[in-house]
Design a protein around this ligand. Sequence first.
Ligand code: ADP
Ligand code: F6P
Length: 321
Amino acid sequence: MKRIAIMTSGGDAPGMNAAIRAVVRTGIEHGIEVYGIRQAYTGLLAGDMSLMTSREVSGILQRGGTILQTARNEEFKTVEGQRRALRRLNERGIEGMVVIGGDGSLRGASALNALGIKVMGIPASIDNDIWGTNMSIGVDTTLNIILDALDRLRDTASSHNRAFVIEVMGRNSGYLALMGGILGGAEIIITPEIDMPMEEVAQQIEDSYVRGKSHAIVVMAEGAPYKSTQLVDFLNEQETGFEIRLSILGHIQRGGSPSAFDRLLATRMGVNAIERLLAGEHNVMIALDGRDLITQPLEEVTKQNRSMSNHYYDMAWMLSR
Ligand code: ADP
Ligand code: F6P
């Protein structure tokens, strides 16, 4: 294999740049030409790609976001779109590709592999919902941002005897809410995966008040069964003992410099992706299994989502008393 392409796709995640740097420099070291595709499948369809040099990836290791930019593209989901993308790659003589992104992006990667491009996936999504890997790139940095916010909000909540509803990201996954809630000492955690009626939330806030707590922290995922604004309106009508405030963390959770963990994970995965491609592996995603990097078939990765153990919900409940 002499020429490959790389793209970042879906929601950006801190550490994507560290992965790009590792892929480009490892590729160059092995005598491969690495083409950078801008704006994911949108750029691929437009043929927006160029040969990357080692200097181009200088000084990006510590930067959040992605220098290649990212996009979401509906046309690429169609067979016609995928054929057009294949044509763009064939025009440049590109035989292999590294796709860095979430489960949707990896579905796209799998489609390209089926058309003959040798694809290697690297999991990157702050949601940590990608099946087959303990951690995806970006999760650790985002969790640390959430913890910083929770610590700050708890200070002001206790000072005023307030309950805070704090909305974190995760449209379909409660990982950030659950882990953020456990590690930030939340009283109540609401995720898309578990049913938690608003009445029960009110009851638990009241219990916290009765137990003598100076605050109550509710961490809820964006994809919870009801909106955070709805919940706050409901809570304001109840007698919980606390005044209620809402804080939506939003996209601040996705930006900023990647943590040491994410830089290391991204760097290891980037290097490993090239080494495995050169060894003949493809149609797989690099995955973290304990301390080791393994591969998982893209077909399996794209069939399911990573689920969370009930053990963590039990732990959260026990420790919030
Ligand atoms: P993420 O990769 O973060 O999960 P999305 O689910 O939005 O983000 O997917 C990113 C892009 O991947 C989509 O905009 C689309 O271009 C491509 N994609 C998603 N699902 C598929 C699919 N089933 N087949 C082909 N391409 C897909
Ligand atoms: O998939 C990552 C993620 O940050 C989700 O947690 C969130 O629901 C979504 O992306 C937000 O997407 P957008 O950038 O389109 O607002």
